[in-house]
Design a protein around this ligand. Structure first.
Ligand code: CDP
Length: 245
């Protein structure tokens, strides 16, 4: 896919890092990075790295949160203090809570905890290194960790943040692109997509975009997610091995 322009010229004619407009950053995926966990995985896209650890299903404390009909999932997301140039303040942040919540919703569509009443699955996402797209990298790592833990899932989930630099549509936005200011500036669209039925379970939008452009972003992201899914599946078949793509 080439440059998409609705009308007029876009000022963003070449990507900073030389990638094609529909090209993902180099990927590394590895399943089984924390041996004592029920499931764990790492997903790296360029300089953004996410790790995810699953503990459970196990009995839920505090007890008043228990659901006697089915298990619940608790998702936490945190950037590590050294993940960006400015030190990240440890502890809870509004951004971290938002990302934890949208990641949880992204999995609600596929995770089935009916067989685990009164129980909890804890999903912990940590970001050791951030260069934009950490929520989608976290979701990719989490999907592998949940699958390794044997949590019943109707399908896998893959995620990518595509976007628009001025009028040019690009897949897998990095931090330098996210900060693009010329023309219409940068728009960032994180998306999570299920592997078989292609349902969108996360769609956020930071910026300004037309409906046709958003449709194009969704179709570019769907293709990118198929590539990501192939790498996730390969990593799940070979725990302990770094799978590159
Ligand atoms: O990481 P993601 O794109 O999902 O979320 P964001 O809130 O749009 O953040 C974009 C990027 O900004 C992060 O990936 C980091 O590289 C950077 N960031 C930062 O430097 N300091 C923060 N406190 C938060 C984000």
């Amino acid at each position: 896919m080439g440059t998409k322009k609705l009308s007029g010229e876009s000022s963003y004619t070449k990507r900073y890092d030389g990638r094609k407009f529909d090209e993902l950053r180099p990927i590394i995926a590895k399943v089984g990075i924390v041996p004592s966990a029920d499931g764990s995985a790492m997903y790296q896209s360029g300089k953004t790295r996410a790790i995810a650890v699953v503990r459970g299903p196990r009995l839920l404390h505090p007890k008043h949160l228990e659901n006697p009909r089915k298990g619940i999932m608790r998702v936490t997301y945190q950037m590590m203090a050294f993940s960006v140039w400015d030190r990240i303040k440890p502890g809870k942040s509004r951004r971290g809570q938002e990302i934890g919540k949208v990641s949880e919703w992204a999995f609600n569509e596929v995770v089935d905890l009916d067989a685990f009443p009164n129980s909890v699955v804890d999903l912990i996402i940590q970001i050791p290194q951030a260069d934009a797209g950490t929520r989608v990298a976290g979701i990719n790592a989490a999907a592998m960790a949940l699958a390794q833990a044997g949590i019943p899932m109707s399908e896998m989930i893959s995620a990518v943040a595509s976007g628009k630099m001025d009028r040019t549509l690009v897949v897998d936005v990095d931090k330098e692109e996210e900060d693009y200011e010329d023309g219409e500036g940068a728009t960032d669209v994180p998306l999570a997509i299920t592997s078989r039925s292609k349902k969108i379970t996360l769609l956020q939008l930071d910026g300004k975009i037309s409906v046709p452009e958003l449709r194009d972003i969704i179709s570019m992201s769907k293709k990118a997610c198929e590539k990501i899914n192939a790498i996730q599946m390969k990593a799940l078949k070979e725990p302990g091995k770094e799978i590159k793509g």
